[in-house]
Design a protein around this ligand. Structure first.
Ligand SMILES: *Cc1c(COP(=O)(O)O)cnc(C)c1O
Length: 341
C-alpha cells in the first residue's frame, strides 16, 4: 500500500505491505553482502528445510517516531545477539551483529514514510527473519539460508487507554519443555501456541498463561510475552532456564525496577498458586509488542483472582511510563538503550 494512503490513526496489528525489504543469501559457507529490494515474493524449493522441518528464526523490533521527528530503535544490538543465539540452537549460520543493526537501520530508513506519526502512538514493526532455504530430505540443517528484514506499520497497543487483560492459566497445554527450543525465537514454537490461544479467546480471555512442563505449577510465559508479578512489594519474574524466551523488554524492566524505582527484584520459580494470595498485588506481561500490559485477572478452572480492583497497579503503571518515556526520548536515556536511525 502507498504510505500516504494509510490511515495511521486507525492501525491495528495487521499485515500491511511496505516498500522495501532487506535480503541476504548464505551460500558456500558465507553471507553475501545484503541489499534492499522491493518488498515481494521470492521462489523457494519445495524441499527447503524451513518448509519441511521448520528451520527458521525471527526477531521483533519497533522503530518509533519521537515528538521532534527523530526515529529511534530500542536496544537493537540485543536483538542481534539473540538472533544469533537462536541461530546456534537451530544449527543456522550466525549473522554479524553490527551488520544486523545496520541492515535494520537501512530498512527503516527505506520505509521511513511508513513510520506512524508520533501522535498516533503507533510504530514501525520490524521483522528480521532467517530461514533454511536449501533443499533437504533427511532431518539435518540446510546448506543455504536467506536473511530477510521487512517492516509493517502498527497501531498503539492500547488504543483505548492503558487497561488490563484477563488471562486463563492452562494445565492442558505447555509452550516449552526443558531441553527444548523455548529460549530460541524459532518459528516452530509459535505454530503450537495458536490452538491454546484460539481456545482461550473463545472463552473470553486475551491469552493463556503457560505453566512449566514438568510440574504444571510454575509460570513460564503469557502467550508470547514474559510474565511479572509484584509479591510482597518485590518484582518477581520467572528465571530464564531454557523454557523462557529471554525478553529484551523483560531485562530492561528488571533494570528500571531496581535502578529507577528502587524495587527489590527476583528471578525465580513462581507457583501459579501465589497469584491467588493477597501478597501478590500486581501482575503484568512484557514484550516488544505488548510493551507493559497490565493483567487484570487470572482464572484457573473456577477460581478467579482480580488484581487492584481491575485497575493497572501502581508499579505496573510506573514501569510502563518509564519504559515508553525512554523509548520516545521523553525521559533521559541514562542506560544508553536508544539508537537513532
Ligand atoms: C519475543 C518474545 C518475548 C518478548 O521479547 P522482547 O524482546 O521483550 O520483545 C517473550 N516471549 C516470547 C515467547 C517471545 O517470542
Amino acid at each position: 500500500m502507498d504510505a500516504k494512503d494509510i490511515d495511521y490513526y486507525s492501525l491495528g496489528f495487521e499485515f500491511i505491505e511496505t516498500k522495501e525489504m532487506f535480503v541476504s543469501n548464505y551460500e558456500d559457507g558465507k553471507w553475501e553482502e545484503g541489499k534492499l529490494v522491493p518488498f515481494g515474493n521470492f521462489e523457494i524449493s519445495p524441499a527447503a528445510c524451513v518448509l519441511n522441518y521448520g528451520q527458521g528464526i525471527f526477531e521483533g523490533m519497533k522503530a518509533l517516531r519521537t515528538k521532534n521527528g527523530e526515529i529511534t530503535l530500542f536496544r537493537p544490538k540485543e536483538n542481534a545477539k539473540r538472533f544469533n543465539d537462536s541461530a546456534e540452537r537451530l544449527l543456522m549460520p550466525i549473522y554479524h551483529t553490527d551488520s544486523f543493526v545496520s541492515a535494520v537501520k537501512e530498512v527503516v530508513k527505506a520505509n521511513e514514510d511508513y513510520i506512524p506519526p508520533y501522535d498516533s502512538g503507533g510504530a514501525l514493526y520490524i521483522r528480521p527473519l532467517m530461514i533454511g532455504t536449501g533443499p533437504i530430505v533427511g532431518v539435518k540443517p540446510a546448506k543455504e539460508y536467506k536473511l530477510l528484514i521487512f517492516t509493517v506499520p502498527v497501531g498503539p497497543y492500547f488504543p483505548e487507554g492503558f487497561t488490563g487483560i484477563d488471562l486463563e492459566i492452562t494445565k492442558k497445554y505447555t509452550r516449552a519443555a526443558p531441553g527444548g527450543t523455548g529460549a530460541a525465537k524459532t518459528c516452530c514454537n509459535y505454530a503450537g501456541s495458536m490452538l491454546p490461544a484460539k481456545e482461550t479467546k473463545e472463552r473470553g480471555f486475551a491469552q493463556v498463561i503457560f505453566l512449566d512442563a514438568v510440574h504444571s505449577e510454575f509460570i513460564d510465559e503469557v502467550g508470547t510475552a514474559n510474565f511479572f508479578a509484584v509479591i510482597n512489594g518485590t518484582l518477581v519474574t520467572p528465571k530464564t532456564v531454557g523454557t523462557i524466551l529471554p525478553g529484551i523488554t523483560r531485562k530492561s524492566i528488571l533494570d528500571l525496577a531496581s535502578k529507577k524505582i528502587g524495587m527489590k527484584t527476583e528471578e525465580r520459580d513462581i507457583s501459579y498458586k501465589e497469584l491467588f494470595e493477597d501478597s501478590c498485588t500486581e501482575a503484568f506481561c512484557s514484550g516488544t509488542a505488548a510493551v507493559v500490559t497490565p493483567i487484570k485477572s487470572v482464572v484457573l478452572d473456577d477460581k478467579r483472582r482480580l488484581f487492584s480492583e481491575g485497575e493497572p497497579g501502581e508499579f505496573t503503571r510506573k514501569l510502563y511510563e518509564l519504559l515508553t518515556g525512554i523509548q520516545r526520548l521523553e525521559i533521559d536515556d541514562e542506560f544508553g538503550w536508544i539508537e537513532k536511525v
